[in-house]
Design a binder for this molecule. Structure first.
Ligand SMILES: CC(C)(COP(=O)(O)OP(=O)(O)OC[C@H]1O[C@@H](n2cnc3c(N)ncnc32)[C@H](O)[C@@H]1OP(=O)(O)O)[C@@H](O)C(=O)NCCC(=O)NCCS
Length: 150
């Protein structure tokens, strides 16, 4: 069965999926305001979601992307990311940005699609979240800003 990717209203965004990418429901809700939301469905099951905000006439920011843990590493995240990259290319985007941690598989996930490191937001995760965020036993401190130039 193939993957169906479509845009949905941001008010229908699957919060339980987006919480996999950001522990703060408040931040997710804020990021949904005025955003475009995309979901990937396998049959009747929504397996992935992605939220993108416009940052200028030809610049967009990928606010979050997530795939349900039971469906990860099946290629859905890559398919959703590629679909979203193409969606904004078709609308005249010059660049797509994303913020992520300074370590972990997500860095390779984005760079495989052509994203490159363009900035470091030092102390971002400690300054913007009340609780420490720990992945792979390491506390997230700095945010890497990655940019895909079309
Ligand atoms: C990031 C995410 C969306 C990728 O979705 P996915 O469907 O698992 O991605 P793919 O199956 O296309 O995997 C692509 C590659 O990413 C890497 N990868 C994905 N999940 C991984 C994991 N849990 N551990 C290690 N590598 C992983 C692998 O290199 C994988 O390729 P491979 O399986 O051939 O080795 C998904 O893992 C996820 O929802 N993670 C939690 C939320 C998150 O971190 N979002 C990004 C915030 S910056």
């Amino acid at each position: 069965m193939s993957l169906l990717i479509q845009e949905i209203s941001a008010s229908d965004a699957p919060m339980e999926l987006l919480l996999l990418a950001d522990p703060s429901e408040d931040k997710i809700r804020a990021s949904l305001s005025g955003a475009k939301c995309f979901i990937a469905a396998h049959g009747a099951v929504v397996v992935g979601a992605c939220v993108v905000q416009a940052r200028g006439p030809d610049t967009y920011e990928l606010m979050s992307i997530a795939v349900h843990p039971a469906h990860q590493r099946a290629g859905y995240g890559t398919a959703l990311l590629q679909w979203v990259i193409d969606f904004f290319r078709d609308r005249g985007a010059r660049q797509l940005e994303v913020g992520t941690g300074t370590f972990g598989y997500q860095l390779a996930f984005y760079q495989r699609q052509g994203f490159r490191v363009t900035r470091i937001d030092h102390d971002f995760f400690v300054a913007h979240y009340p609780e420490p965020i720990v992945e792979d036993g390491i506390q997230l401190v700095d945010m890497l800003r990655l940019t895909l130039r079309y």
